[in-house]
Design a protein around this ligand. Structure first.
Ligand SMILES: [Zn+2]
Length: 384
């Protein structure tokens, strides 16, 4: 799902997927995401040399064909194999897949995070993420709705489901929530949820078929993080300390274990509060701020995140070996291979992570309290 402007894409899994400038410009609406996806798939089809279309609004059939071709170009068995693939459904499937993996990692590592929130299993969207001709019908009854629900999550067990229109969360009327300019309402509602205590049941009132319903759900505490699939063209993952983004092409080529490793690396940046620490050290924000003398700082935060990711994975019940395995995989090398003159090569990252496992997780399982890494949060980087 889309997020707010991310002014400080400090922490891509790769050094440069060359996407940070582009993506920080253009991801403020779901409609924008779909338009981007269509554009991307159209470009891919042109690269393939098959029946280019001059239309700026390709027909659905054309888009679907392009999506299938793009996925075959990536050399993957993506989520779209049906005879009539649907890019909306493909995006939604990756959103749900990421949410399942992300929420498992967020809750299992809550005790490591100094910023927390209730983890509900709700994937929400808002009317302002769509144009008039793409807006789902449930927005005729309200401004915020359930886009999807993680199976077996508190929201699923409470009976909430796709299409429900949300009215009130934790006593806050959503009709009175107003986001800052250029920020979708969805993100402001995320802040409402994130501001609730996980110690008490979370009350949610909603509308289904003109009937107003109320549930109290027991949502566990997790690390505070908004996460989303973006539609940029590159294989990219990044965190700004609040929002974790993984591009659709990257999610589509990653196995579940690889996606967990990618998310764990980005969550590690959040847990270690890298954005705040880099800002405090005067590391300039944005794409060009990552060159020059900031290289050393950025390299340092990547190493720290690589080391912490295995602890996050093992706490969530994953074998931490999936982290070095990712960096050694063809997918991992594709994501991290670029510009390795600044960052460690994928192989040396894998070796360093294996040393972390050998030293701190010899049994390759949690629970893990990586105090040696968490202590770094309170050690500011020196200013140049
Ligand atoms: Zn990183």
């Amino acid at each position: 799902m889309t997020g707010p402007k991310v002014p400080f894409p400090c922490a891509k899994l790769s050094l440069y997927a060359a996407a940070s400038r582009e993506s920080s410009r253009s991801r403020n609406s779901r409609n924008g995401r779909i338009a981007q996806l269509v554009e991307q798939l159209t470009l891919n089809q042109r690269v393939l040399g098959s029946s280019p279309s001059a239309s700026t609004k390709p027909s659905l059939k054309f888009v679907l064909l392009a999506l299938a071709l793009a996925i075959s170009l990536l050399g993957i068995s993506g989520p779209v194999r049906a005879q009539e693939p649907d890019p909306y459904a493909a995006l939604s499937a990756q959103d749900l897949r990421l949410a399942q993996i992300a929420e498992r990692l967020l809750t299992a590592n809550a005790h490591l995070c100094r910023s927390q929130m209730p983890v509900t299993g709700l994937i929400i969207h808002s009317y302002d993420q769509y144009s008039d001709d793409t807006r789902p019908p449930e927005f005729g009854n309200g401004t915020v709705a359930v886009a999807n629900v993680v199976p077996n999550s508190p929201a699923a067990l409470s009976g909430l489901r796709r299409g429900d229109v949300l009215l009130e969360i934790g006593g806050a009327l959503l009709s009175e929530v107003s986001p800052p300019e250029e920020v979708p309402l969805r993100d402001a509602v995320f802040d409402v949820i994130a501001g609730q205590s996980a110690q008490e049941p979370l009350s949610v009132s909603y509308l289904r078929a003109d009937q107003s319903l109320l549930v109290d759900m027991d949502a566990p505490t997790g690390c505070l993080a908004l996460f989303e699939i973006t539609t940029e063209k590159s294989l990219a993952a990044r965190s700004d300390g609040r929002v974790i983004q993984i591009s659709y092409p990257l999610a589509a080529i990653a196995t579940d274990e690889q996606l967990a490793a990618i998310f764990a690396h980005e969550l590690a940046h959040s847990v270690l509060e890298h954005r705040a620490r880099l800002s405090a050290a005067g590391v300039r924000k944005g794409f060009f701020g990552e060159f020059g003398r900031n290289q050393q700082r950025n390299r340092q935060v990547e190493v720290e995140a690589d080391r912490l990711m295995v602890h996050l994975l093992s706490n969530a019940g994953y074998d931490p070996q999936i982290a070095p395995a990712f960096f050694r995989s063809s997918q991992g090398r594709r994501v991290t291979g670029a510009l390795s003159f600044v960052y460690p090569s994928p192989t040396s990252r894998a070796e360093m992570i294996e040393q972390e496992i050998e030293r701190y997780l010899p049994l390759r399982e949690g629970p893990s309290w990586p105090g040696h890494l968490l202590a770094l949060r309170d050690q500011p980087f020196t200013k140049d």
